[in-house]
Design a protein around this ligand. Sequence first.
Ligand code: GDP
Ligand code: MG
Length: 428
Amino acid sequence: MFIDKAEIYIQSGKGGDGAVHFRREKYIPRGGPDGGDGGKGGHVVLEVNPHLNTLYNFRYQKRFIAKDGNHGGGKKMTGRSASDLIIPVPAGTVVYDRDTDEVLGDLVENGSRLVVAFGGRGGRGNARFANSIRQTPRLAERGEPGQERFLRLELKLLADIGIVGVPNAGKSTLLAAVTNAKPKIAAYPFTTLEPNLGVVELDRETTLVLADIPGLIEGAHQGVGLGHDFLRHIQRTHVLIHILDGLAEDPVLDFFQINSELALFDPDLADKPQIIAYNKMDINHVQESWKEIKKELKKRLKQDQSLNIDDHLFAISAATGKDVRPLLYRAAQLLAEIPIQTKVLEQPIYRVEADPNQFRIERLSDGWRVIGESIERSAAMTYWEHYQSVNRFQRILEAIGIDQALRNAGIQEGDTVFIGDYELEWQD
Ligand code: GDP
Ligand code: MG
């Protein structure tokens, strides 16, 4: 079964807290500050794994939470950073932010990675806050919180094998015969410009994704533009099955004509290995002509020394399924011989380009709420039990202009201000 959609929750690790700590030495009443920094929290990263071709695993596991960084310690000891949480996904996974519908990434190639949530940075320990004036800082930061979000994953099946050939050769018939796909089969050419996809399970280990690529030739004739999906499939296809119409006037001529059109469309496409399948062998006179056609093809393909032609020539009946399996096995074999590059391509995560210092103030029945990315983060990183940390937070409020904005809004002594998970009392 192909599961093509999944929804998951991800959360990156929180940074470790910076330590408030003082050196303890015999006979020295109060040593200098030596609290170390916290370690970084783990990122959550999606990575294309070539051995997966479904989103099946996500039916059972839907929550992915990276580890937090460790806290800093005395003697300027930095907390250990958490390792990243790597979530394997199949090639062709498109990643959306569930709540905004924003596309975060389109993971096509093996090894591609996408950071979907950044781990928080470690808080700084009090050793970092010491200076000539402030020699005993009771000031440190807590670790930065992790990010959390819901993702929607959608798997777009990508074809391994493309089926090409003149209109009416039997491309759709072949696809329908061997896979679960239900393409339109017609005695007329211009049916659809969508690639029809089908999945065939040859045996337990071998699954092929076939695409009937009608639009390439038929659409190009009409000057119809090919869509994004189409290009993806063509790009990703590694082997082509080229179907010859046994009922055509001159199948060999058609063959060369299609190939030159492929090359015109995209030279890479013409370089992909091809298997030739002479179709409609259930018809008597097609069967009879096969010997002649084969000879002709061999003669004309002989210039290409690299090709052992016999390995690439098949005669089938797509309609009855006769000799179709050896053809597919050969395609699977060619596919397996193709070196699959694992190119690690770090894709940047999509981030909202808003000013992090932006904030807004909401009047509540029981106080005021300040909403803003950077101030909420600062609140989460404050040690409320240390007055110096609280002072620092106060200065940040002033620097961003929140202080002034609250006054302008008419805040009164004793009012409650909510910032993130925290409740503060306003004092002038
Ligand atoms: P496409 O344009 O390449 O997708 O061709 P279709 O699959 O739509 O087939 C075109 C016509 O050829 C249809 O009428 C099919 O029924 C017929 N056809 C396809 N394969 C065979 C075959 O193996 N034997 C026979 N007798 N007819 C076939
Ligand atoms: Mg068709």
